[in-house]
Design a protein. Structure first.
Length: 148
């Protein structure tokens, strides 16, 4: 089997989405640090992040990326299961934050709570995406690159 059969462009699209997600996270982090946005702008930023995460997770779950990784490297099967299971937790967490931001009255306590919730969520999401990147790179390097 050649590396052409494992659709490299699909993986590149996935890694590109990870980069876009990191950009949105940085934007929100900055907005929360500066506290310069209106309540509705902040709520909209949270909503945008929630929507991107939903569609990103859906794409990953529906695509052949992870099944392809497992078929090339069965040893990563358990790690793929963990990755997909994490989607449920992360979805629930971002939806709580989106709702919290939508309800926020813009008090200092609201900003503090949203910033703390966001920090905890962003750390988990970044760790999740980092693990996926590593998984893709590892399988490409060890199991596919060596067969070229
Ligand atoms: Fe994921
Ligand atoms: Fe991802």
């Amino acid at each position: 089997m050649s590396s052409a059969e494992i659709r490299k462009d699909t993986f590149e699209a996935l890694l590109e989405e990870h980069t876009k997600l990191r950009g949105l996270l940085r934007g929100l982090e900055q907005a929360l640090a500066e506290r310069s946005r209106s309540r509705s702008e902040l709520a909209a930023q949270f909503r945008e992040l929630g929507e991107l995460i939903d569609s990103h997770f859906h794409t990953e779950e529906a695509s052949d990326c992870f099944p392809d990784l497992v078929s090339h490297a069965p040893r990563v099967s358990e790690r793929v299961d963990i990755m997909l299971a994490e989607h449920g937790e992360l979805r629930a967490a971002i939806h709580l934050l989106v709702e919290d931001a939508a309800r926020s009255a813009g008090t200092p306590e609201d900003w503090d709570r949203l910033a703390a919730g966001f920090q905890a969520f962003a750390a988990k999401l970044l760790e999740h995406e980092r693990s996926e990147n590593e998984l893709v790179q590892e399988v490409f390097t060890d199991d596919i690159g060596s067969k070229d």
